[in-house]
Design a protein around this ligand. Structure first.
Ligand SMILES: [Zn+2]
Length: 316
């Protein structure tokens, strides 16, 4: 949990982090959220500041209008009225939002999408999720589930996604999918070499070491940049699937700027150069968006929560 005291100007005055420990179950997580929020408000008062509003953002499906965390695979939320629980505990007006939409909001207003007007924020980590931000507000969808770009169908014959359907974008291009695919192909490559008795006196250094430990997506990117064949193949598959997903996103939203966040976006030019080219290849009459890395790092969601809290004050 990333937590902060944020001024009306968007400046962070104080920040802290706490373990979520989702394994304890949703009730314990909610209690921790409320206790930490209470502690932050007390810290603000002790510093001579006046807390005016609280913003909380969580993963999963969130009904922002009703302030209810409807569902979360990671934390186990089921219909938790988090906004009401928090405003009762702290006595402050409270906003409840979705973590990726809040991150997108912050990137669009304070970060890499600043001044763009129409922004698509795409977070690529263990999954892929997006936020479409127009004029400083992220669309939530009718059921709190807008922005699930990771579940765009890009490879009907592809691997099965966590959602149960084969071929979703995140089953191919998320950081965890890249790592899994690489491990899978590395194991096959080794098996073939052993089984057929193929030996090589010059190619061994170029062959991946499957090992027993999973290689991270960042490492796959690095190996691809170094010219390793298997990594290059896996990376290219991921980049092309991502380009398909982003082209669909651009067809739907016609944004000025696409901001890529999450772990995979840290691959730098190794991701952005081929991805820009692949996206350009797929666009016909649509205008090419600016494709840029996120600027706020893993604090984007936290800053977005503060923006939701401040926005709510303005609406009152
Ligand atoms: Zn899916």
């Amino acid at each position: 949990m990333k937590c902060a005291l944020v001024g009306a100007d968007g400046a962070v005055r104080h920040s802290e982090r706490h373990p979520t420990d989702a394994g304890r179950g949703p009730d314990a997580v909610v209690e921790t959220i409320l206790t930490v929020a209470d502690g932050l408000a007390a810290k603000a008062r002790a510093d001579g500041l006046t807390p005016t509003a609280l913003g909380i953002v969580v993963p999963g499906v969130v009904d922002e209008a009703r302030g209810v965390a409807l569902w979360s695979a990671n934390v186990g939320f089921r219909d938790v009225p988090l906004r009401e629980l928090a405003s009762r505990r702290l006595g402050l007006p409270t906003a409840l939002g979705h973590d990726v939409r809040a991150g997108g909001l912050a990137e669009a207003r304070l970060g890499a999408g600043r001044n763009a007007g129409h922004v698509l924020f795409v977070a690529i980590g263990t999954g892929i999720a997006a936020a479409h931000v127009v004029a400083g507000a992220a669309a939530t969808g009718a059921h709190g589930a807008a922005g699930e770009l990771g579940h765009i169908l890009v490879r009907p014959d592809g691997p099965v996604c966590g959602c149960g359907r084969p071929g979703c974008l995140e089953a191919i291009a998320s950081a965890s999918a890249v790592a899994h695919r690489y491990a899978e192909l590395a194991a096959t490559a080794t098996g073939t070499a052993t089984g057929t008795g193929i030996t090589s006196d010059d190619g061994s250094a170029a062959r991946p070491d499957p090992g027993r430990t999973m290689v991270s997506a960042a490492e796959v990117a690095a190996r691809a940049a170094a010219g390793e064949q298997l990594a290059t193949r896996v990376w290219r598959e991921a980049v092309e699937a991502l380009a398909d997903g982003l082209a669909t996103g651009q067809a739907l939203f016609d944004v000025e700027t696409i901001v890529l966040g999450g772990g995979l976006a840290q691959a730098g030019a190794g991701l952005f150069d081929p991805l820009r080219a692949a996206l350009r290849d797929r666009l016909t009459f649509h205008r090419e968006p600016r494709l840029v890395p996120a600027a706020l790092g893993d604090e984007a969601g936290c800053l977005g929560a503060a923006l939701l809290a401040l926005d709510q004050l303005e609406k009152r």
